[in-house]
Design a protein around this ligand. Structure first.
Ligand SMILES: CCCCCCCC/C=C\CCCCCCCCCC(=O)SCCNC(=O)CCNC(=O)[C@H](O)C(C)(C)COP(=O)(O)OP(=O)(O)OC[C@H]1O[C@@H](n2cnc3c(N)ncnc32)[C@H](O)[C@@H]1OP(=O)(O)O
Ligand code: FAD
Length: 670
């Protein structure tokens, strides 16, 4: 039976959309950031969805080789369309995003180009970026090695200056120094920014970046002395396997001296090492930039999963009333709402904090250009912390959304397995999340000690200046309604974050040394860092609500979501709030009561709230999350695309199945 026989073109979710109490168009603007952003995103999403080259519905059924080739085809076609249509940078980035297939271009644009921009001199930028912008060269970011990823100072690749030829000799002295992981390195990149220990005049000056050509621009073969390949298949079908993460060994490969990225430090013709008067941490600047973009990726991935689970939850029905009445939409079950609506609220929360982080990054970059480095530590802490908290929450939420969709969520055609597999490594790449939270904790410990010596903290740690009040205050909440008050919410989050940080600082000070104390207390420090980052997210959501937000009922819905985001965290981390004395057990249960009421208020708006993400069916890539809710026809149709269904009798029947069945039949007749 054809799928169409089972369903028409009707909007199965029309009833859900009719109950919305707000202007969905207005919410689209709030989500996207501006009317212009909605318009450009719509245009690019439709361009991708209507182009057959960008089809992805059979992606999970391709072999690794086919998938890789398909990725090359899509990337080349995207570039062709970019040039033909004279797309702006904003449009081209969105085009790449909606194609929705990780590939070498991600590394080229997100890491190679920014690394040269951040660490190259003007002359170097002019030379390399001109070629990179035209795709005359393809670049990657080769930092991680087989033996070291998190510990960047532990990298082993060497770049030894040879004054006799004015060259660096790039070398992998050990197996563990093999470059390992860089995206696009395996089969595609012609160039890379390679991180290596700079050695000149017999002295090791630590890690620096170097531009290296890896492959011939004529026939793509690796240059002499370079051994290069793909590191092998990764988690999940389709998913991140479209990316050729690579391994590379260097055997005394010579590059000209001017291919060391020399904005932060230089080696002279004579081999003298000269460091500019800028902080050496600027070497890590590309990572700060990328971490900031990953927060935006996390909110997008989370919102996709939530969109699928909410729409499907409105269609899926299980169990009826005892009197034989209609079955219940699973979205109406309170357990479903209490599991799913915090993710809906988190998607909005991460989106808004991501928009703020982008502003912060731009602000810091402008300050750096005028040699003001004062906000760099805070930018590092914010990007590291937000990257960590948002990607961990997103990976967990996508997995839970699969469960929220029951068995069908486990099918590739739900889109959820691939979404999970693609976003899970965000917890690791660009800095392992625990390692990054420890960086935030280090920043917090410094700030606590500065506060103790009378210095007034600024920016996201300004609340710590209110130490007298926050260390002893009691929450004013006395009724369920009091938990609607943003000031009351903010106060308990500030008090919790500060008290956890101060507790850690006090315990560290009792240890024989600062280092030992930090190591011993590291599990608590990670929790203190999470509390601080969650405070930032809650605060930025509350601040968003103070802006002019247009559209009937839009602000009201966002207020409810902000409440859900904050109160579900109080519920989840009640142990922290109780043990630090920020809330009482009674206030905790009032928060939970308020949460239940908010879920009920959001329920009639749930489908419209995910519609406001404005995703095309192509981008969602899910039979369960279709806009029209025609879930069962779609699942049925998708099943027939599986290669196993190409023949009625499976391959292998003659060799393995038939003889087995025949033999068993024969035995049973004996
Ligand atoms: C369904 C299909 C869907 C398809 C969807 C397609 C879309 C796909 C989605 C996204 C695509 C996006 C593409 C992104 C691809 C990304 C690929 C990933 C690339 C990588 O992973 S590159 C490698 C990244 N590596 C790391 O991050 C390593 C982590 N380690 C470090 O950062 C550091 O080594 C360390 C910070 C942990 C420690 O450094 P170390 O020097 O030893 O440091 P310390 O002594 O601790 O610190 C010294 C001093 O420096 C300060 N500091 C540290 N880092 C920074 C920084 N970045 N900026 C500023 N300052 C920094 C630190 O605070 C100390 O300061 P102090 O001395 O205390 O004042
Ligand atoms: C899909 C993917 C794409 C990638 N792309 C690139 C790329 O393009 N270019 C590139 O250079 N790299 C890339 N990477 C590498 C990535 O940046 C590293 O994997 C990452 O930085 C983590 O380092 P690691 O693998 O060495 O983990 P490890 O540091 O070995 O972590 C292992 C465990 O040890 C813990 N740990 C480590 N140090 C500490 C500590 N100090 N305190 C407490 N716990 C600790 C971690 O929390 C983790 O649980 C990619 C990785 C992945 C998965």
């Amino acid at each position: 039976m054809a799928a169409a026989d089972w369903g028409g073109k009707a909007d199965h979710l029309a009833g859900e959309r009719a109950t919305a109490q707000f202007d969905v168009d207005g919410m689209k603007v709030a989500w996207a950031g501006s009317r212009h952003a909605v318009e450009v995103a719509d245009r690019m999403a439709c361009l991708v969805a209507s182009d057959p080259v960008f089809r992805k519905d059979t992606r999970t059924m391709l072999s690794r080789k086919e998938l890789f080739k398909d990725t090359l085809k899509k990337a080349a076609h995207a570039w062709k369309r970019t040039v033909e249509l004279h797309l702006t940078e904003e449009e081209a980035n969105l085009l790449r995003l909606y194609i929705d297939q990780p590939g070498y271009v991600d590394l080229h644009w997100v890491m190679f180009v920014p690394a040269i921009k951040g660490q190259g001199t003007e002359e170097q930028q002019k030379k390399w970026l001109t070629m990179a912008y035209k795709f005359q060269i393809i670049g990657t970011y080769a930092q991680t090695e087989l033996g070291h990823g998190s510990n960047v100072q532990g990298l082993e690749t060497t770049a030894t200056f040879d004054p006799s030829t004015d060259e660096f000799i790039m070398h992998s002295p050990t197996l563990t120094s093999s470059k390992w992981w860089p995206g696009g390195l395996g089969k595609t990149s012609t160039h890379a920014v390679v991180y290596a220990r700079l050695i000149t005049e017999g002295k090791d000056y630590g890690i620096h970046g170097f531009i290296m050509q890896l492959r011939s621009l004529d026939d793509h073969s690796p240059l002499p002395g370079i051994t290069i390949g793909d590191i092998g298949g990764k988690f999940g079908s389709g998913a991140y396997n479209s990316m050729d993460n690579g391994v590379m060994r260097l055997d005394h490969v010579r590059i000209p001296r001017d291919q060391m990225l020399m904005r932060l430090a230089q080696v002279t013709r004579e081999g003298k090492y000269v460091h500019s008067d800028v902080p050496k941490q600027l070497l890590y600047g590309t990572m700060v930039y990328v971490r900031q973009t990953i927060v935006a990726d996390a909110s997008r991935a989370l919102s996709r999963a939530v969109c699928i689970a909410v729409r499907y939850g409105a269609i899926r029905k299980q169990f009826g009333s005892k009197a034989g009445g209609p079955e219940t939409q699973v979205l109406n079950y309170k357990t479903q709402q209490s599991r799913l609506f915090p993710f809906l609220a988190s998607a909005y929360a991460f989106r808004f904090v991501g928009q703020w982080l982008k502003w912060l990054y731009t602000d810091v970059t402008q300050k750096l250009e005028s040699k003001d480095f004062s906000t760099l530590p805070e930018a590092h802490a914010c990007t590291a912390g937000l990257k960590s908290v948002t990607t961990s929450a997103t990976a967990d939420a996508i997995e839970e959304c699969q469960k929220l969709c029951g068995g069908h969520g486990y099918l590739n055609s739900s889109g959820l397995p691939e979404l999970f597999a693609v976003n899970l490594p965000a917890c690791t790449y660009e800095g392992d999340n625990v390692v990054l939270l420890l960086q935030v904790a280090r920043f917090l410990m410094k700030t606590v000690s500065q506060v103790a010596s009378g210095k007034q903290p600024v920016g996201t740690t300004a609340y710590m200046g209110n130490i007298q009040h926050l260390m002893q205050c009691k929450s004013v909440v006395n009724t369920v309604e009091d938990w609607l008050n943003p000031a009351a919410i903010k106060e308990v989050f500030e008090a919790r974050a500060l008290r956890m940080a101060v507790n850690c600082a006090q315990n560290i000070s009792k240890a024989p040394s600062q280092e030992e104390g930090f190591s011993e207390l590291s599990p608590d420090l990670v929790e203190a860092a999470v509390a601080h980052v969650q405070l930032i997210i809650v605060t930025k959501f509350i601040e968003k609500l103070q802006e002019d937000i247009l559209g009937h009922g839009v602000k009201e819905q966002l207020q409810k979501l902000c409440g859900i985001y904050a109160l579900h965290l109080i519920h989840k981390h009640l142990g922290d709030f109780l043990s630090t004395g920020c809330v009482t057990a009674r206030q905790g249960s009032l928060a939970n009561e308020r949460l239940g009421k908010l879920y009920a208020q959001v329920r009639p708006n749930a489908v419209a709230l995910v519609d406001a993400f404005d995703y095309t069916d192509h981008y969602l890539g899910s039979a369960l999350g279709r806009y029209d809710g025609d879930v069962y026809s779609a699942l049925y149709k998708e099943a027939w695309k599986d290669p196993l269904n190409e023949t009625v009798v499976p391959d292998g029947y003659q060799e393995h199945l038939r003889p087995l069945l025949k033999q068993q039949l024969k035995l049973s007749r004996l």
